[in-house]
Design a protein around this ligand. Structure first.
Ligand code: FES
Length: 169
C-alpha cells in the first residue's frame, strides 16, 4: 500500500490552517459541517490533499473516510494541485466522431501528462469532458474560458498551448 504521509505538500505551520480552524469553529454547530469545511479548505488551499482531510477530521470529529466520501463524490473538489490553466478536451460523441482522440493524444504528447494530471510546472491541468455544448464546432478543446473549435489540424495544438505559457511569464 502506498504510504502517503511522506508526501505532504502543505507545511504543518501554514497560516491557512489557523484560518480554517477559526472558520470551522464559527460554523461547528451547523449542519453539513463536512461539506462547508471542505469548501472553505479548497478555497484556501486550492485543493484537498490528505493532510487537509486529516486536519478537518481532527477539528470537526468527522472521519477521514467520510470526508473523502464527500470529496470524491462532488466534482467541485480536487485532491491534486491544479494547474494555472484548465484544459478540457471534449470526448462527447460529436467530437469523438470528428477526431477528439487525436486532439487528446496531441495534448498528452505535448504536455507529457495524462488526463486528470497537472504538468510539473503547475501550468496546465488536463481534463476530458463529456460535451462542452458546442457540438457543431467539433472537435472542441477549451482552455479556461477560451474555446478552440474545429481542431482538425492537431499540429496547431503546441502553438495554442504556447500562448498560455507566454501569458504566464
Ligand atoms: S460533443 Fe463535443 S461539444 Fe458536444
Amino acid at each position: 500500500m502506498a504510504q502517503t504521509s511522506h508526501c505532504k505538500t502543505i507545511a504543518d505551520n501554514d497560516p491557512r490552517y489557523e484560518e480554517l480552524r477559526s472558520f470551522i469553529h464559527s460554523h461547528e454547530n451547523k449542519d453539513g459541517i463536512a461539506m462547508t469545511a471542505l469548501q472553505e479548505a479548497q478555497s484556501l488551499f486550492g485543493y484537498l490533499p490528505l493532510e487537509v482531510h486529516k486536519f478537518i477530521s481532527k477539528e470537526t470529529g468527522v472521519s477521514i473516510a467520510e470526508l473523502y466520501g464527500v470529496t470524491t463524490f462532488y466534482s467541485q473538489f480536487n485532491t491534486e494541485p491544479q494547474g494555472q490553466h484548465q484544459i478540457q478536451i471534449c470526448m462527447g460523441t460529436a467530437c469523438y466522431v470528428k477526431g477528439a482522440q487525436k486532439v487528446l493524444d496531441k495534448v498528452v504528447e505535448t504536455l507529457g501528462v495524462e488526463v486528470g494530471m497537472t504538468t510539473p510546472d503547475q501550468l496546465f491541468t488536463l481534463n476530458a469532458a463529456r460535451c462542452l455544448g458546442c457540438c457543431g464546432l467539433a472537435p472542441v478543446m477549451m482552455i479556461d474560458d477560451d474555446v478552440y473549435a474545429n481542431l482538425d489540424n492537431v499540429s496547431e495544438i503546441p502553438a495554442i498551448l504556447d500562448r498560455y505559457r507566454k501569458d504566464t511569464k
